[in-house]
Design a protein. Structure first.
Lengths: 114, 115
């Protein structure tokens, strides 16, 4: 158990649906991240939060909307997604943004957009 | 040119072999170099990280960074079937007091160690 949990583990949604992914960490970390992992592509960093403030904006389409209500929880709100958004969405956390701080990953949410 | 290049494999070796995994990069601003291991249906876990050029050893694993050639390697000695996984290299730059953060991963190399 890494201390980072994600729900749901699997999600199938239509292009007109609205859904949310949830991430929770019990490690007392101050930084949290959303990543997208597609087949045969590098892991892509989508959003970074440090002390509940977004510090990285990687030109992610607006149909993905992150929310960090406190340092333990991170959400990714999804609406009007496209089939190419089907991927594994990983959440991670670290003590801080320092490069020497280990990022701990959750198990991911496998998203399929029909 | 992609910022980080990693051969996706797959790589298949017999048990006990020495495995060499490599990545090249183009962004000289990268300061931190990491190797992650990802088992099927799991998130990546950090194996090793280095900050400077040179070698770092941890048990059967050795990470090597050559900043002048923009080349990093991970060596696995006496490979075991339990080492079968996808190995991802990653590189990071943190600057402006932490307000700018860039982390880039390679595509990952799928390794199978056969008993």
């Amino acid at each position: 158990e890494t201390g980072v949990t994600q729900t749901p583990r699997h999600l199938v949604m239509g292009m007109t649906n609205k859904k949310s992914l949830k991430c929770e960490q019990h490690l007392g970390h101050n930084a949290m991240y959303w990543y997208k992992q597609s087949a045969k592509k590098p892991l892509e960093l989508m959003f970074v939060y440090s002390l509940e403030e977004r510090v990285e904006n990687n030109s992610v389409p607006s149909r993905f909307s992150p929310e960090c209500p406190n340092s333990s929880h991170l959400f990714l709100h999804l609406h009007t997604l496209q089939p190419e958004d089907s991927a594994l969405y990983l959440c991670a956390s670290s003590k801080s943004l320092a490069g020497t701080d280990t990022q701990y990953f959750g198990p991911g949410t496998r998203l399929t957009v029909l | 040119q992609k910022e980080v290049e990693q051969d996706p494999g797959p790589l298949s070796v017999p048990e006990g072999a020495i495995v060499s995994l490599n990545c090249t990069y183009s962004n000289s601003a990268f300061q931190y170099f990491m190797w992650y291991r990802q088992y099927s249906r799991k998130g990546p876990e950090l194996l090793m990280y280095t900050y400077s050029s040179g070698n770092k050893e941890d048990g059967r694993f050795t990470a090597q960074v050559d900043k002048s050639s923009k080349y990093i390697s991970l060596f696995i000695r006496d490979s075991q079937p339990s080492d079968s996984a996808t190995y991802l290299c990653a590189m990071a730059t943190i600057y402006s007091g932490g307000s700018n953060y860039k982390l880039t991963f390679g595509k990952g190399t799928l390794l199978t160690v056969n008993p």
